[in-house]
Structures are given as C-alpha cells and as structure tokens.
Ligand binder design. Sequence first.
Ligand code: SF4
Length: 138
Amino acid sequence: MFQLRGHHLLCLVGYRGMGYSNEYVSNMTHVHQTLRSYPDTPLLLVSGPDDLCAKFPPSQPRHCEDDHIFQRDTAVLEQLHLRIGQQIPWRTVEDRIRHHVVPHDIHSLCSTCFWRAYGVCEEGIQDIRTGRGLRHIP
Ligand code: SF4
C-alpha cells in the first residue's frame, strides 16, 4: 500500500522521470511503475506529507507543508470525488480522472506549480482518458 496526498495522484499521471533529486526520482519511479503494473495496488489518501514527500531532498526548500500545497490537495480530491482517509485501488483513481478531469483543469488546479510548464500533466490526463494508462518510464 502507498500513502498518497491528493495532488500527487495527478503528478503520477504526468510523471516522466523528472524530479528533485536522484533519490526522489528513484522512489517516484518505483511508486509509478508499481501502479502501472499492478493497478489494484491499494492507496491510502492522506493529509500532508506522503510516500513521495518522504524522499524530498532535505537540502532544498521544503514546500510539502505549505498552505497552498494543502489547498491543491483539497481541490484535487474534491474534483476526483475522493476524501482523505479513503483506501482505494489505483484503478479507481484512473476511473475518477476519466470521468471528472480534463487536461485543461491542470491550469486551475496547479496554477503555482513549477512543473506545469512542461505540459506532461495535461498529456497524462489525456492518456488516462483515452485508456492508455500510465506510461512506461525507461
Ligand atoms: S502541474 Fe505540478 S502539481 Fe499539478 S499534476 Fe503536474 S506536477 Fe503535479
């Protein structure tokens, strides 16, 4: 089981192997590829720092507990019709994205995110909506 916060559910669909450090990337790739291979993997939706935040490099300015990040979590969970404390398989997240999120929603949900400019999160949502699922990370 992985513990994930709201906005990271969308970060995972846009993930292409980029991140804050080698350790962060290695951990996120492990989570991503596990969900890709085993979509029945259970997730516990948590408030605040999760299994991805756990590998955020201590040498960089930490934003994991900033108010606007918590607000992003809340907005994403509301959009997906999910709530903190729920335990669900990854495939349910994909199903909720398919029904409740369009690529353009990234602009409003993630307006302050540095990674948004790459366009990969919109692409990832489109992948889920068209049934392609999570991409293979080489
Ligand atoms: S734009 Fe940023 S916060 Fe939003 S899904 Fe992408 S990486 Fe995550």
